[in-house]
Ligand binder design. Sequence first.
Ligand SMILES: OC[C@H]1O[C@H](O[C@H]2O[C@H](CO)[C@@H](O)[C@H](O)[C@H]2O)[C@H](O)[C@@H](O)[C@@H]1O
Length: 575
Amino acid sequence: LSPKCSVRGPAVASTPLVTFLERVQETALGTFGEQDFDPKLYVDLSLKSNLSKTQKAFDELPRSGENGTVTVKDLKVFIATYFDDAGDDLVYYDPEDFFPEPEGFLPKVKNPEVRSWALEVHALWKNLSRKVSDGVLEHSELHTLLPLPEAVVVPGSRFREVYYWDSYWVIRGLLASKMYTTAKAIVTNLIFLVDTYGYVLNGARAYYTNRSQPPLLSAMVYEIYNRTCDVELVRKALPALLEEHAFWNSEIHKVTIQDAQGSNHNLSRYYAMWNKPRPESSTIDKESASKFSGNSEKQQFYREVASAAESGWDFSTRWMRNTSEFSTLSTTSILPVDLNVYILKMEQNIAFFANVLGHKSTMESFLEAAEARKNAINSVFWNDEMGQWLDYRLANGPICKESETWQACNQNQNAYASNFIPLWIDLFRSDAVLVENVMRSLQSSGLVHAAGIATSLINSGQQWDFPNGWAPLQHMIVEGLLRSGVKEARSLAKDIAVRWIKTNYNGYKKTGAMHEKYDVQKCGAFGGGGEYIPQTGFGWSNGVVLTFLEEFGWPEDRSIEEKHPKPLVCFKGTK
Ligand SMILES: OC[C@H]1O[C@H](O[C@H]2O[C@H](CO)[C@@H](O)[C@H](O)[C@H]2O)[C@H](O)[C@@H](O)[C@@H]1O
């Protein structure tokens, strides 16, 4: 850690309820033990009555030993007496725009097996639809769940609340399912979060108010507008998008890099407003920080952890200085390719919306901003030899204001799926020679596997690394390749999409569920690693499968079933 930069930056205040629930979480770990322990469960509990009465009862629990352990029986009785179950604060909601087989649903899917599975995936929107309970609206002080005005779609399992970037792929799936009202309700909720907090939170919980997530609100509005031509939605969204853009270009997020020709480029980074353990994983973070003796080192580490959570890639060797040492997490010292791609997309979308609404000067200034960021992405991230855009490590550590000079050795040359995300933007895929170059680089990167694109090549045990493949990453790369004018790129896109659909299908047939992430080495295998057990449900996986099926279809005579028991291989290998 750079001494000059340690512990710098803002930290928002926690709420008394979250602070108390962290104490309950810590006690529960001591009582129930590590096996199957999910710390998030405890910060998702809602109080049955007021906090001081509950705190008093908690403080009066009989404790024994050095660590003040509470017996299993006492803690179970205490929790049952004073709390409602996690998840009770969101009630099931029947979406009014859900039809078991909507008109015009996936017209290109001709194979009956695939079609009936797609209808089952479509039906999962009903399982994942919720409304905030009246209890939360009337007594928000008893809940960590934040009140939202409209119905929500949650990712599933332990993720009982709305998540920011997940919502983009949920919306893409809802559009394939013709559920436009539900899609718009999600956007209305996210706009509400911007109006309340100044940016979209990581998720709709009191403990997520210290950070955002990959900023895709403008992309959600764009996709909905494309299908519905709803100008009112654009009018409602534009002020929030301007505010969100300012957030991502604020002092803590913006970094200036001077290139070899002396030109300055502004880019953004992840930077959580937090220097304590993440409440939802407090016991885990404290354990990880136990390596550091100094308080300021611990605080800086906690900021790096929370900033990695802001990136959506929690956790990954992408954010570590030493890829085998978690304590070298240095998220705030990295300028990430994908974040800047999302902000560039936001700038283009704001310009587009401003044009729709006739706001000429806003349109012009955002077209300029997009052009400047495109140049910055090319100058700072592009590596011509590798044919990839690479994350850039700040030489001075997490500096806030000073600009620093670009050096080739600061590009992270490890292969990550994020190195190919610029293809998702039209500005980077309009050049056929460039697309061919990047496509070949992807093919030879080692990332493309039998069941999809791996997150990285490093098997670190973290969930955003090898061998996991995540639906959002498959989608952005496939859509980028597909929308390029290059024939071979389009056929690679289809090839990857087919692998991904197959693995989701075979996983579903084996386990009866859609999974949060998949193991790209084996068709039908779900992913693992990370700090919590693999989750099912699952919002963005469902969304991407429906989007791919809508785009590519499935011919009657193409088999989807994986017939060979083991090893499960969808395709013979990559080119
Ligand atoms: O509880 C640990 C972390 O869980 C979330 O991250 C993971 O799930 C999210 C929901 O699907 C997803 O958006 C994220 O990419 C996943 O890594 C949460 O977002 C983190 O903040 C949280 O600490």
